[in-house]
Design a protein around this ligand. Structure first.
Ligand code: COA
Length: 401
């Protein structure tokens, strides 16, 4: 049975910061951010967006009534979840009106969460071929103002429908994976900002990639020339290039050029959104699929997932016949085309404006946020979400259903 990605979409908040302007304010040469790190724009989440609303908005863009009926498993990969106990998946499940006879679970292992969710989804579909699984990767990356990681922040979500007989990409062949207990990036429960040993995390990312690539080649009997492109988890767009460079000399000159050219296309969306943690690899895949118009049906695409702490995995998918007909390119073009630039000062103010953490209630102005699904406040310790398209005024996590 073929199992893979039937639909894929993403959502990013409607505001962005120009990295050239951030560089000027931080007394850094703009080329450090735009070339050295490889980021042009950074999506900035208003206070009315969190990992739940970003994920729900991403899924809202791609699901139809049949999907909502057939989805019986919602898997939510995130490392910026909103509750230690209740999963973000349960909120998204309700906000989208998915079939109540479904499982809803959150998956955590840094930026690897959505990949773990995909592997679970494959098992679920293998046992239940009529089912569909909604896999979400949704995060807001926060390192802090004026920190080394500041230029690698971002916000957004990717939503994928995993099913049998998929229309976009079928997963093919083995997976190679590797885990080791390291402290390269983490976020203690008392902190809303990540801790990172930047240089060490870069080294580990490359080391994990070379290990799983070596293992994958042995398991699959394939080499670089078999791949039309390789997509990477992209905390910033230079990162995947460094990993690809570590193995690229295994290939002929023409294959090297093809992989490097396609790598560039696969970083386009990420370059303009920033780091979205769990969704980052799949945003890169989306960038390749939507931006490279001559990418042939049947192409084999490699996928490298890395979640600090750390777990790495390499696997592959083959593009289905007429896959382009099943993309949502116009919606994503519109999303990019309608974003609004904000100043560094506005970004700094928004960064400091956080939700109360002392248990008090708050009401938020959702009129300023064009997203269909927003966080409208906190009442009695429970986040209030609104799906404007369903014209629901205020709903909490279940008590006013
Ligand atoms: N023009 C072009 N390139 C420039 C430049 C300029 N004017 N100034 C600096 N650069 C280049 C550097 O040469 C370097 O390139 P290299 O990595 O290929 O050597 C790059 O810009 C970054 O410069 P560096 O001095 O290393 O930056 P930094 O000390 O501020 O750290 C990160 C960069 C990415 C480590 C930091 O932003 C970080 O910690 N990010 C979060 C961690 C992360 O994302 N880890 C990834 C694993 S998930």
């Amino acid at each position: 049975m073929e199992i893979g990605i039937d639909k894929i979409g993403f959502y990013a908040p409607h505001m962005y910061l120009d990295m050239n302007k951030l560089a000027v304010e931080r007394n850094v040469e703009p080329e450090k951010f735009t070339i050295g790190i490889g980021q042009e724009k950074m999506a900035i989440a208003p206070i009315t967006q969190d990992s739940v609303t970003l994920a729900a908005n991403a899924a809202l863009n791609i699901l139809d009534e049949e999907d909502k009926e057939k989805i019986d498993f919602v898997l939510f990969g995130t490392e910026t979840g909103i509750d230690h106990s209740k999963s973000g998946a349960v909120y998204v499940h309700r906000l989208l009106g998915i079939n109540p006879n479904a499982r809803a679970v959150e998956v955590k292992q840094a930026c690897y969460g959505a990949t773990a969710a995909i592997q679970m989804a494959k098992g679920h579909i293998a046992l239940n071929p009529e089912s569909k699984v909604l896999v979400l990767g949704s995060d807001i990356a926060r390192y802090g103002l004026k920190t080394g990681g500041e230029a690698t922040q971002g916000a957004g979500a990717v939503a994928m429908v995993i099913s049998a007989e998929p229309r976009v990409m079928r997963f093919e062949g083995p997976s190679a994976f590797y885990s080791d207990d390291i402290m390269d990036f983490w976020r203690p429960v008392y902190s809303d900002k990540a801790m990172v040993d930047g240089k060490f995390s870069n080294e580990q990312y490359i080391s994990f990639f070379t290990k799983v690539w070596k293992q994958y080649k042995e398991k699959a009997g394939l080499s670089l020339e078999d791949f039309e492109a390789i997509c990477f988890h992209l905390p910033y767009t230079k990162m995947g290039k460094k990993a690809l460079r570590a193995v690229i000399e295994e290939a002929s000159q023409s294959v090297q050029e093809r992989l490097m050219d396609n790598y560039q296309v696969s970083t386009e969306y990420n370059r303009n959104v920033g780091n979205i943690y769990t969704g980052s690899l799949y945003l890169s895949l989306l960038s390749l699929l939507e931006e490279k118009e001559d990418l042939a049906d049947g192409s084999l695409i490699g996928l490298f997932s890395y979640g600090s702490g750390a777990v790495g995995e390499f696997f592959a998918g083959r593009l289905q016949p007429n896959y382009r007909d099943h993309l949502f390119t116009e919606k994503h073009d519109e999303l990019f085309g309608t974003r609004k630039e904000i100043s560094v000062e506005e970004y700094e103010n928004m960064f400091e404006e956080t939700l109360p953490s002392d248990g008090s209630s708050i009401e938020l102005d959702i009129d300023a946020d064009p997203a269909p699904i927003c966080l409208s406040g906190i009442k009695e310790h429970s986040r209030q979400y609104v799906n404007k398209q369903r014209d629901v005024s205020t709903l909490s996590g279940g008590d006013s259903r």
